[in-house]
Ligand binder design. Structure first.
Ligand code: MG
Length: 452
């Protein structure tokens, strides 16, 4: 069984994701690192965080790694710290997953997400059970560093024009959902001279306020409060604050694909260079790149693929259409706090958030999923049929069929027996039509596989 999913190892805390797993994963990391180096270990606000973090610390020490316990931290905060002060990192987080979950994610020495081949090696060590345990006198050293979030925030502020933001004295309502961002976002905004109103800003692993996923339907109170108080905007993090979403001054949720393109447009107005996004992202990104006269690189889905490509092509910006934005001048990983500071920097230019959202091209989407007995065989057939029909396809991740006036992406789920179909076009009816064409192809391929 594959241990690592798209975002580390995830499971229900103290069931699948228990202390034994945490000890042994940390031992696997220590073995992989040759029992040398320093690892920073932190967690989000989940109740099981302390338990799993303690286990991971014990595991790392037992293989001779030196450990710095960084306490409760947003994922981008520990990533920034690892880049500057450690050789690797472990963060105990299940990001946006429901309360009962937790996860273990490794961070590479440069602060980016751990490479897939590294995870595979660690998985091998884990299943072999052969850990490089050291003798008593070589067990690692331990210290805590309570200043990690402060260090991170200082650097977030340095990555934007703080003066022009402070001069505007913005009023911002935030909903950090009782997650790790509760320890950073309110302080960041205060430092940037904002009047801050908070919802769910007490760190609390029972998540009494809302689920860690900042979905529009979970943010109705935030939206109301933005309108009621005449705030300039609202902002909400997921559980580990690598992602952020925004509410405009009218209380309207900003679609994350629009946010991504809006940010790309702004960055490109100030700096020219390539941008990077996964194949699932909106055509808006291509339009923005074309207007700016820069190259756009598409990647497979997953922020690590985006980040690695960004390093390779020296991109000026990249990100996914889920509120995960990457600012390489700060660091090569999704960073919700920088995204928030950047949005304020844009607003300092005088436009309202709703106006900015309207400044990127309009597209419409439609999505659905189809059950599949054998996703791999079905995908092969879909690919065959698409090429027989002479359709223009991109197979970077799943099958993306490109039409003159839109596209449809057909991708198997990594965890369930379903195939996802996602379409985009300039008109809503056309997006639905393209989605239906995708559905028909998948169902046709499914039937053909059964007849075989
Ligand atoms: Mg997250």
């Amino acid at each position: 069984m594959a241990l690592f999913g798209t975002n580390g190892v995830r499971g229900i805390a103290n069931e699948y994701l228990n202390p034994e797993l945490a000890v042994n994963l940390a031992r696997s990391l220590g073995t992989y690192m040759g029992s040398k180096g320093t690892v920073a270990i932190g967690c989000d606000t989940r109740i099981s965080g302390q338990m799993l973090k303690s286990a991971a610390i014990a595991g790392a020490l037992s293989t001779g790694l030196n450990v710095i316990d960084v306490g409760i931290v947003p994922t981008p905060s520990i990533q920034y710290y690892v880049r500057d002060y450690a050789d690797a990192g472990i963060v105990i987080t299940a990001s946006h997953n429901p309360r009962e979950y937790n996860g273990i994610k490794f961070i590479a020495g440069d602060g980016s997400e751990f490479p897939r081949d590294g995870e595979k090696e660690i998985e091998k060590i884990y299943y072999s059970g052969k850990y490089a345990l050291v003798s008593w006198e070589k067990t690692g050293s331990f210290k805590t560093d309570p200043g990690v979030n402060e260090y991170y925030l200082k650097n977030v502020i340095n990555s934007v024009d703080a003066e022009i933001i402070r001069n505007r004295r913005f009023k911002v309502v935030i909903d950090t959902g009782c997650g790790a961002g509760s320890l950073t976002l309110p302080f960041l905004l205060s430092e940037l001279g904002c009047q801050v109103l908070t919802l769910g800003a007490q760190p609390d692993g029972t998540f009494p306020w809302r689920n860690p996923e900042p979905a529009p339907e979970a943010l109705t109170e935030l939206s109301k409060l933005v309108k009621m108080t005449g705030a300039d905007m609202g902002a909400a993090h997921d559980g580990d604050a690598d992602r952020i979403v925004f509410i405009d001054e009218n209380g309207e949720f900003i679609n994350e694909e629009i946010l991504l393109a809006m940010m790309a447009k702004y960055i490109l107005e100030n700096e020219k260079g390539p941008i990077v996004t996964p194949v699932s992202s909106s055509q808006r990104m291509a339009d923005v790149a074309k207007d700016a006269g820069v190259e756009l690189y598409w990647t497979a889905v997953g922020s690590i693929n985006v980040a690695r490509k960004m390093m390779e092509v020296n991109a000026v910006f990249g990100g996914e259409g889920n509120g995960g934005l990457i600012f390489p001048r700060h660091q090569y990983c999704r960073d919700g706090a920088v995204a928030c500071a950047k949005i304020l920097e844009i607003l300092a230019g005088g436009k309202k958030l709703s106006e900015l959202a309207k400044s990127v091209p309009e597209y419409f989407n439609a999505k659905t999923k189809v059950p599949s007995e054998d996703t791999q065989a079905t995908m092969e057939r879909v690919k065959l049929e698409a090429s027989e029909l002479g359709l223009k396809i991109d197979t970077l991740d799943g099958i993306k069929i490109l039409y003159e006036d839109g596209w449809v992406l057909i991708r198997p789920s990594g965890t369930e027996p379903i195939i996802r179909i996602f379409a985009e076009a300039k008109k809503q009816e056309r997006a639905e039509e393209l989605m239906q064409e995708g559905v028909n192809m998948v169902i046709g391929a499914e039937k053909a596989s059964i007849l075989e």
